[in-house]
Write a protein that binds this ligand. Structure first.
Ligand SMILES: NC(=O)c1ccc[n+]([C@@H]2O[C@H](COP(=O)([O-])OP(=O)(O)OC[C@H]3O[C@@H](n4cnc5c(N)ncnc54)[C@H](OP(=O)(O)O)[C@@H]3O)[C@@H](O)[C@H]2O)c1
Length: 352
């Protein structure tokens, strides 16, 4: 039994001391597991209110023997970075508290993502950490890599938002998203958190595809629009979203078809290849290949395919990610790497 875990190969004195709040959730378990094998990190604590004193492996048998602590017990523990893997609403106050104490903060919830306070209140129905917002950088490295290097607080993007934004970003930057964009989005069940509900219970989720929150009501719609509108030179991008729960443990596949008048399919493919050339976790497939969850699951990779629709001046775009990795814990570690001046790929699977 041990209280913290450090990795082989790292010099103890120079290791980044990391804490994970909400370590027993789907994203928290994933984070502890990545950080435990990260060559530059020592995991100092993982918290749970309900499992204090238990080993993380008792919660998830594939995990480490880190002994869980109550959040109250780690308040004065010295760390360099804290990851918050909490439900929205609980995360904002924790982010404020931790940030005031000194460490960098990476928040995986939706509490710090939306920049418009009124929109935040209507979407999340929780108070907003207003004092923190000046410090927050949105943690999508493909958009904010330079800003992330200086960030004190990072708001890690939503899983659907990561896949949708990466699929559409090059078109937004070219000013091509002038019409509403319809996004078909399929997610595995781990996207809904560890506790089973009526819809995520095995007997409901198995052998079915359940659309939910269709149209413009899903919380990731304003987040996707916020990033794409900024990339679109401030001209509003409108998203119609069709999320669906599919009977997979993990993975997201989004599909969208966009009119690209005056552009050749090959030209759009070349645009995507060039845009992501120096981003190690985005793989643009060769023309003709289609993105599949199997190409992204268990990695921090986003796999994008660009498929021209002959004679229609349209392209079909698909993006596959692992919702717990590039959609959550993996991207959080990617952000930590950038914040601490490490190679973006350190400790992560999925780079070429
Ligand atoms: N799952 C995904 O694919 C995904 C992807 C991207 C982002 N996210 C976001 O990441 C966050 C965590 O998601 P998750 O799927 O890991 O959730 P989860 O499985 O429900 O886990 C939540 C964790 O937070 C702890 N917790 C709950 N309420 C708390 C409170 N008030 N104070 C302190 N600890 C509390 C829980 O343990 P105790 O109750 O024992 O304390 C548990 O460890 C959410 O905001 C979610 O929206 C999730």
């Amino acid at each position: 039994m041990y209280e913290s875990s450090s990795n082989e190969g790292g010099d103890e004195a120079s290791l980044i001391r990391a804490g994970v709040v909400g370590a027993t959730g789907n994203t928290g378990v994933e984070l502890v597991n990545i950080l435990t094998t990260h060559p530059q990190v020592e995991v100092v604590f993982g918290t749970s209110r309900g499992r204090r004193g238990q080993r993380l492996a008792a919660v998830d048998p594939g995990s480490t023997d880190l002994v869980l602590q109550h959040p109250d017990d780690v308040r004065n523990t010295k760390v360099d970075v804290v990851f918050l893997c909490l439900p929205h609403g609980a995360s904002a106050p924790a982010a404020e508290e931790w940030s005031n104490r000194g460490p960098r903060v990476i928040d995986l919830s939706g509490d710090l993502r939306l920049t418009d306070p009124e929109q935040h209140s209507s979407v999340y129905e929780t108070p907003r950490a207003q004092s923190l917002m000046r410090k927050v950088v949105y943690g999508l490295p493909e958009v904010n890599r330079d800003a992330l290097a200086q960030a004190l607080v990072v708001s890690n993007p939503g899983c659907y938002a990561t896949a949708s934004t990466l699929a559409l970003l090059p078109l937004a930057e070219k000013g091509l998203l002038t019409k509403p964009v319809v996004i078909d989005a399929k997610s595995g069940v781990s996207g809904a958190g560890r506790a089973a509900t009526e819809t995520t219970h095995y007997c409901s989720a198995n052998q079915d595809i359940q659309p939910y929150k269709v149209g413009r009501v899903h919380r990731h719609v304003p987040e996707i629009e916020q990033t794409l509108t900024a990339a679109h030179g401030g001209n509003p991008v409108t998203v119609v979203f069709i999320p669906q729960l599919v009977p997979l443990e993990r993975g997201i596949l989004i599909t969208t078809v966009v009119h690209t008048p005056g552009e050749s399919g090959k030209g759009i493919h070349a645009l995507y290849t060039a845009r992501y050339a120096d981003h190690p976790f985005v793989r643009v497939l060769p023309l003709g290949d289609l993105a599949r969850i199997r190409g992204a699951a268990y990695t921090n990779r986003a796999v994008i395919s660009v498929t021209p629709i002959p004679d229609q001046e349209m392209v079909l775009l698909t993006c596959a990610i692992d919702n717990l990795l590039k959609g959550a814990a993996g991207q959080a570690v990617e952000n930590m790497n950038l914040m601490f001046g490490l190679p973006e790929t350190a400790g992560l699977r999925g780079a070429p």
